[in-house]
Design a binder for this molecule. Structure first.
Ligand code: F6R
Length: 573
């Protein structure tokens, strides 16, 4: 959420920062901007909307120091005034900021700060300017006054550049053309092999082409260089959109994931509680849906399990247990609420396991155990292939815990070999899109697929939809069903098939229409899935629903990769 890019080098830094921002755009696309030095003064260029709007404005600019930002609006609307970088009152300091200054109103009042924007970021910039000492010293003391997480880069009119980080990610690297810093190491692909990760309450100063690190007391510290992993590559897409490419990559992603797990070694490395009594899965959004699927897999092998939404778990009164394994699931490994749960559980000495799709993410740094998914970089805001891989790894882990991992080898390999991704016919797309209300229902595993399908539809088509357990309809929601309603129902969970059909008849009797997604011939209009063992069906049945959301989105003329109001990594509360 919000992307930061910095370049101090021997080249045109404005262009380098712009190139970085283009890669970071998926983290926020409300506005973008770059600040740079020209004739000992800070100049700032900003635009609202697509980053291509910025390209024109910067094409003739030259400077060897620049800081840039892509914004996902938190405080203040999507306007030029609220776009970053922000300048201090004297215009001698510029800031780019990711995160939230929770106490910005109090700080503004206490330090008598007047701002031109409605952002908390501008207050942070003025606060730093009002402190005493060098830019580094001012930043360190201002940071102590700020509540909340942040990643910031500062540029002074004297050409000083300072970085600071708490909770939100920030990386810095020495490259062949100078120093680059960014909120996503992905920017470093093809630029450098080595980089540094700033830890919480650490600071960096870029001076004379070198990087110096400091702790929260201003003491110089040494940091270990990390290597960019070979599999971190720039994404090339062969389809019109990232989302389509990513859905189509699902089979390969599952295959790559299995390849890394098939020996069982990644599972063997995990430190489990001495007596594993239960499993608690914590995540947000789509990752929460995979947590729900995971809990079902674990319950099937008789381990009491429960999935929680991270933003609820962290403020709830859950009773913690040292014999519980806490699995934190996050594609990005950056989601603030999930990270807050991990930190809280770690402080209390609980056994943690991170299930992530991003190497060296913050969540991996907190948790002692890591299960990676090998889905490959996911750029589209709507998660697709990463979700399938999360569900798959949780299934494999349940097999490992039950001691049946190797016995199931053949079933898994047959599944991966025979899996074909079910697309959805245009006729069905038009049919579904013709309804005013689109509900999703299911029972058991299928209910979770209903939740995920409804979320996909909402986030990229902006059609109001929800999911409900099929058996719950008659307890209230059936009142909404009329001839403007279509209920999409999943039918792969065999135990309740007959009951589900009765629920669907109840819908038809009220004038609603039904569409059933099933691997069997059913007495309703349907989308036919290939048949696999029941445990694989959550992975199979979500695919046509991802295509459905994508195709309706395209028909409505929206960009599925950049849904309105959203961004890929949610690094604020
Ligand atoms: C929806 C979607 C989001 C994310 C959620 C958690 O398609 O992608 O709901 O699943 O924001 O993100 P991660 O998995 O990065 O923690």
């Amino acid at each position: 959420m919000c992307g930061i890019c910095v370049c101090v080098g021997s080249v045109n830094a404005v262009k380098k920062v712009f190139d970085g921002l283009k890669i970071l755009e998926y983290r926020g696309y409300d506005s973008s901007g770059i600040a740079f030095i020209e004739n000992d003064k800070i100049k700032c260029v900003k635009t609202v909307g697509d980053i291509s709007n910025l390209e024109e404005k910067i094409s003739s600019l030259q400077s060897n120091i620049a800081i840039g930002h892509t914004r996902w609006a938190t405080h203040g609307g999507v306007t030029i005034e609220n776009a970053h970088p922000h300048l201090s009152a004297s215009k001698n300091l510029a800031i780019v900021h990711n995160g939230i200054v929770e106490n910005y109103k109090e700080l503004k009042k206490e330090f008598n700060i007047s701002t031109t924007s409605q952002t908390d970021s501008e207050v942070f910039c003025d606060l730093i300017e009002k402190e005493n000492g060098s830019l580094l010293e001012k930043t360190i003391s201002a940071s102590k006054l700020v509540k909340g997480g942040f990643a910031i880069a500062l540029l002074s009119n004297l050409g000083e550049v300072v970085l600071a980080k708490r909770e939100n990610p920030l990386y810095v690297a020495q490259t062949s053309f100078g120093v680059m810093a960014t909120s996503d190491i992905y920017v470093f692909c093809d630029i450098t092999q080595k980089y540094y990760t700033l830890s919480d309450d650490e600071f960096a100063k870029i001076e004379n082409g070198k990087i110096f690190f400091f702790d929260k007391n201003g003491k110089k510290i040494k940091k270990k260089c990390e290597k960019i992993k070979k599999n971190l590559k720039k994404v090339e897409i062969f389809e019109k959109t990232h989302m389509k490419s990513e859905i189509l990559e699902t089979k390969n992603s599952l295959f790559m994931t299995y390849k890394n797990y098939q020996s069982g070694k990644l599972f063997e490395k995990i430190f489990l509680p001495k007596k594993l009594e239960s499993i608690c899965l914590i995540a947000c959004g789509t990752a929460y849906h995979s947590a729900l699927q995971g809990a079902m897999y674990f319950k099937k092998i008789k381990i009491p399990s429960q999935a929680y939404i991270a933003s609820e778990f962290r403020y709830g009164d859950e009773i913690l247990n040292k014999n519980t394994l806490y699995i934190l699931i996050s594609q990005s490994g950056e989601t603030l609420d999930t990270i807050a749960c991990a930190k809280m559980l770690k402080e209390k000495g609980m056994a943690l396991l991170a299930l992530t799709n991003t190497e060296n993410c913050y969540l991996n740094q907190i948790c002692q155990n890591i299960l990676p998914t090998f889905a490959g970089k996911e750029i589209a805001v709507a998660s697709t292939k990463a979700y399938s891989c999360q569900v798959f790894v949780l299934y494999l882990f349940s097999l490992f815990l039950s001691g049946k991992f190797l016995d199931k080898k053949k079933d898994i390999e047959d599944f991966l070999k025979e899996l074909s991704l079910t697309d959805i016919d245009e006729e069905i797309v038009d049919y579904v899109a013709s309804f005013e209300k689109i509900f999703f229902v299911g029972r058991g595993f299928d209910y979770i697929t209903a939740l995920e399908s409804s979320l996909k539809l909402k986030e990229i088509t902006y059609i109001n939809s929800f999911a409900i357990c099929a058996g719950e309809l008659k307890h209230g929601t059936l009142a909404l069903v009329d001839d403007k309603t279509i209920v999409i129902s999943f039918c792969t969970f065999k135990k309740t098939k007959e009951k589900l059909f009765s629920n669907l008849e109840e819908i038809i009797a009220r004038g609603g229409k039904v569409l059933v997604v099933s691997d069997e011939i059913v007495p309703f209009k349907s989308v036919r899935l290939p048949t696999f063992l029941e445990e694989f069906m959550p992975i199979v049945s979500v695919i046509p629903m991802q295509f459905l959301a994508l195709k309706i989105c395209e028909k409505l003329g929206y960009n599925p990769d950049k849904p309105k109001n959203l961004a890929k990594s949610v690094t604020v509360e």
